[in-house]
Design a protein around this ligand. Structure first.
Ligand code: GBH
Length: 477
């Protein structure tokens, strides 16, 4: 039955943290309040043809004005932690490539009030400094392929730590730099919508650099804070484990999605096989002396986001080359130097995003991190699923498919913990239905339903289930 709690919950430590996650552009709305200037997602979503149905974040979940009600709901449900992101264009709306510009006190004040509200409710905040809403002015000056973006990001991170850090014990520098680089500058299905693989790889490096410089800047202000990064690591498998070509293809995708971030951040190196494989795309001359040392900072944790598995196959040039997310139809690939690789369709069941469901990837990724970086704390900073809501005549919302998904993935986390992985907490994506990037409002990831006409919030069956799980686990302490 989908309402059963995971049997193995007891393997999780008593101080295991249960939370939910959101991101600024996906929920806040109020895009001009307090002098906020446009981010690349404002520009992108207002460009015809980019986002499904022309949806944008102008209002979104109106969380900027309803944060008190939202935190009260978190408290009612017994949620222990909340991962949110800070919108850079609210904090320094007039940043340029050369300088951060004046600080917006009104922008800071919103997050200050949110933090106060969370702490008063007994909810532990985890703040992500960048969840994709780059100030448009920095994009106009070159965006992530430009070095100045990383330098300004570090200054912004230090500023947030100085001004809000007294109430933030846990900082996440970047959310999923893979998406920022490859979807923003490779395939162009995310803002800013550019399609140049050399730019995508320059963005990879400057995101890594931004992470390292920001970590240093945060620590200078808040030596006791926990600092980490959130990566969408891929559980990559070859379509045919006996095919050397498929195995090599899987290794290259692992390098481009996982190792190109993990290696510099945790070991201070770039993977040589990836430098070699991409040499026809870029000479990597944007990597300056000293950059790898700047990127390689001691971290308190790595946040892992996991949704679905990745299967890759060597492409023989015959037939249509399949790519994940349905971009095999002649659109630009997200992946540099991978014209000889394809992503075959995977078996169901699928979520409403069309993503294959396989909870095994969750344990595999956590155990891999444990194996390769022993002693490094881990969090699941996002896991969840989009499914259509079934609103009942009495107004309640049934989402058994989401409950099953969450139960199986939490079970997989507990399995990894039993095998020794130091996983400290788990955040459901997402607290609320929200602006699902290029898919707009049609895809609902929330455990709380949002009625976009009235802004009414209704906890779905999954929210009540999750609340019960948290209660059960806490009662064991
Ligand atoms: C996260 O991105 C984001 O952090 C969050 O803002 C977002 O709302 C949430 O997930 C849901 O999308 O085509 O089957 O191979 C996750 C982005 C999801 C991108 C998996 C690559 C490949 C799926 N990634 N996707 S598949």
């Amino acid at each position: 039955a989908p309402d059963a709690l995971p049997a193995s919950l007891s393997s999780l430590p008593p101080d295991f943290v249960w939370g939910t996650a959101t991101a600024s552009y996906q929920i806040e709305g109020s895009v001009t309040a307090g002098g906020r200037t446009p981010s690349i997602w404002d520009t992108y979503s207002h460009t015809p043809g980019r986002v499904h149905d022309g949806d944008h974040g102008d209002v979104a979940d109106d969380h900027f004005l309803r944060y008190r009600e939202d935190v009260a709901l978190m408290k009612d449900l017994g949620l222990q932690a909340y991962r949110f992101s800070i919108a850079w264009p609210r904090i320094t709306p007039h940043v340029t490539a050369d300088s951060l510009g004046p600080v917006s006190e009104e922008g800071l004040d919103f997050y200050s009030r949110l933090l106060d509200e969370l702490l008063a409710a007994g909810i532990t905040p985890a703040a992500t400094l960048y969840h994709w809403d780059l100030p448009q002015a920095l994009e106009d000056a070159g965006g992530w392929p430009a070095r100045a973006t990383a330098e300004r990001f570090a200054e912004y991170a230090g500023l947030v730590a100085a001004r809000l850090g007294d109430r933030i014990d846990s900082f996440i520098t970047l959310n999923e730099p893979w998406c920022s680089a490859y979807l923003g500058y490779g395939s162009g299905v995310h803002a800013p919508g550019r399609t140049d693989h050399a730019d995508a790889l320059a963005a990879v490096h400057h995101l890594n650099l931004a992470h390292g410089l920001a970590t240093t800047a945060i620590r200078a202000e808040r030596p006791d804070a926990q600092v980490g990064v959130t990566l969408n690591l891929a559980w990559v498998r070859p379509a045919d484990a006996d095919s050397p070509a498929d195995v090599a293809a899987a290794h290259r995708i692992d390098g481009l999605q996982n190792r190109v971030f993990l290696d510099p951040m945790l070991d201070g190196t770039y993977p040589q096989d990836i430098l070699d494989a991409t040499s026809s795309v870029t000479d990597w001359s944007f990597v300056h002396d000293g950059d790898l040392a700047a990127i390689h900072q001691p971290l308190d944790f790595v946040g892992v986001n996991y949704y679905s598995p990745t299967v890759v196959r060597a492409y023989d040039g015959v037939g249509l080359r399949e790519e994940a997310d349905g971009h095999g139809d002649g659109a630009v690939s997200a992946w540099p130097a991978c014209e000889d690789i394809e992503f075959p369709a995977q078996p169901g069941p699928y979520t409403d995003m069309g993503w294959s469901i396989d909870a095994r990837g969750m344990s595999e990724l956590l155990l891999r991190m444990h194996r390769e970086h022993p002693g490094l704390d881990l969090y699941v900073t996002e896991n969840g699923s989009a499914f259509p809501d079934h609103v009942q005549p009495d107004g309640s919302v049934q989402d058994d498919d989401r409950i099953s998904y969450l139960r199986d993935h939490i079970e997989a986390v507990a399995h990894a913990v039993r095998e020794g992985a130091p996983v400290r907490g788990y955040y459901v994506w997402s607290f609320l239905d929200n602006f699902e990037w290029a898919r707009g409002y049609t895809k609902r990831f929330g455990i709380v339903r949002v009625n976009y006409e009235t802004q009414e919030r209704t906890p779905k069956a999954s929210a009540h289930w999750y609340a019960g799980l948290i209660g059960e686990h806490t009662a064991k302490d």
